[in-house]
Design a protein around this ligand. Structure first.
Ligand code: SF4
Ligand code: SF4
Length: 86
């Protein structure tokens, strides 16, 4: 069961209750802005998550995953790989 487009684990996210966020797969736009480029890109490709994309892990996803403030040292990329396992 996937939890996000980019590989973040929404079930472990503090904003879930704080911001009453339903998780990025079940909301039209993120609470923190008009759009998330990763979510939009993934959904435009009709992919469930980035791991299903031929460009995975693309520069955009890598930039998000290794961002100094918002990143997670690439853990979301590893999570996408796990979601791809049979
Ligand atoms: S960064 Fe974008 S793709 Fe990742 S969980 Fe948040 S809204 Fe979804
Ligand atoms: S891996 Fe990159 S190109 Fe592919 S869906 Fe995700 S954000 Fe878009």
């Amino acid at each position: 069961m996937i939890e996000s487009r980019c590989g973040l684990q929404c079930s472990k996210c503090g904003y879930r209750e704080q911001m009453n966020c339903g998780g990025c797969c079940s909301i039209d736009k993120p609470f923190w802005g008009e759009a998330c480029p990763v979510k939009s890109c993934c959904e435009e490709k009709s992919s469930e998550h980035c791991g299903q994309c031929v460009q995975f892990p693309c520069d955009l996803l890598t930039k998000f995953a290794y961002d100094e403030k918002q990143g997670d040292d690439g853990r979301r990329i590893e999570q996408c790989r796990k979601w791809n396992l049979p």
